[in-house]
Design a protein around this ligand. Sequence first.
Ligand code: GEK
Length: 245
Amino acid sequence: MNDKQTPDAIYAKPHDQIVDFEFNDAVARVFPDMIRRSVPGYGTLITMLGLLAEEYTQPNSNIYDLGCSLGAASLSMRRRIPHHDCRIIAVDNSEAMTKQCSDNIADDLSPIEVNVLCADIRELKFERASVIVLNFTLQFLPPEQRLQLLQNIYTDLLPGGVLVLSEKIVFDDADEAELLDKLHLTFKKANGYSELEISQKRSALENVLIPESMPEHHQRLKAIGFKQSSCWFQCFNFASILAIK
Ligand code: GEK
């Protein structure tokens, strides 16, 4: 990844007006630095996605990385999938992201085929899917559209197929919410973000990233039909669920 180290200074100076956050060229340029400094546990999660793909990928099947950004999850999975007749389909509706993602995939020499698509994940059909990853993507869909996407995923998954769903989460218990928000703030400050950057980014994300609670996630996945829905990772207010069909 060429621009891996480009530092995120998007909200470092005061903005006259805070507009809703977009995955544009400016964000794509600094994305690896931005996500590493904003999402606690991101690096571990990406590494573990490789192990989950190794465990759950079925021979002659497709693996979908939905909201792939620059392809970090696809690259991690690509390096560990043991079946050479499998294909990863990495999808994002930001052209800035898919352009850079394609370059990152081309620079990597692993044998598993990866197709990068610029498309809206709400309009896709998933074919012969054994593993589908939504790594911090569902949270950017309007809440009323999430059930439909998850139902499509469930319908299209092969028997025994899995969904890995990573999200920022909220808590019903006020003390727990306060504690984990505070720790997330400490994490961002420790990673060099100023109060100004943190507050401007929070405003930009307010209408765009709408987190839900773990009980909401588990209940919806169970209601759709997933036979198991387990939290396998949590760091502060960020968590990941493994749902098995
Ligand atoms: C990672 N998974 O590095 N269709 C396609 N893509 C979408 C849609 C949509 N409807 N909505 C949002 N996106 C990545 C990180 S980032 C998370 C995922 C974050 C895309 C959006 O363009 C962006 O690239 C990605 O989802 C969310 O493991 O920035 O916190």
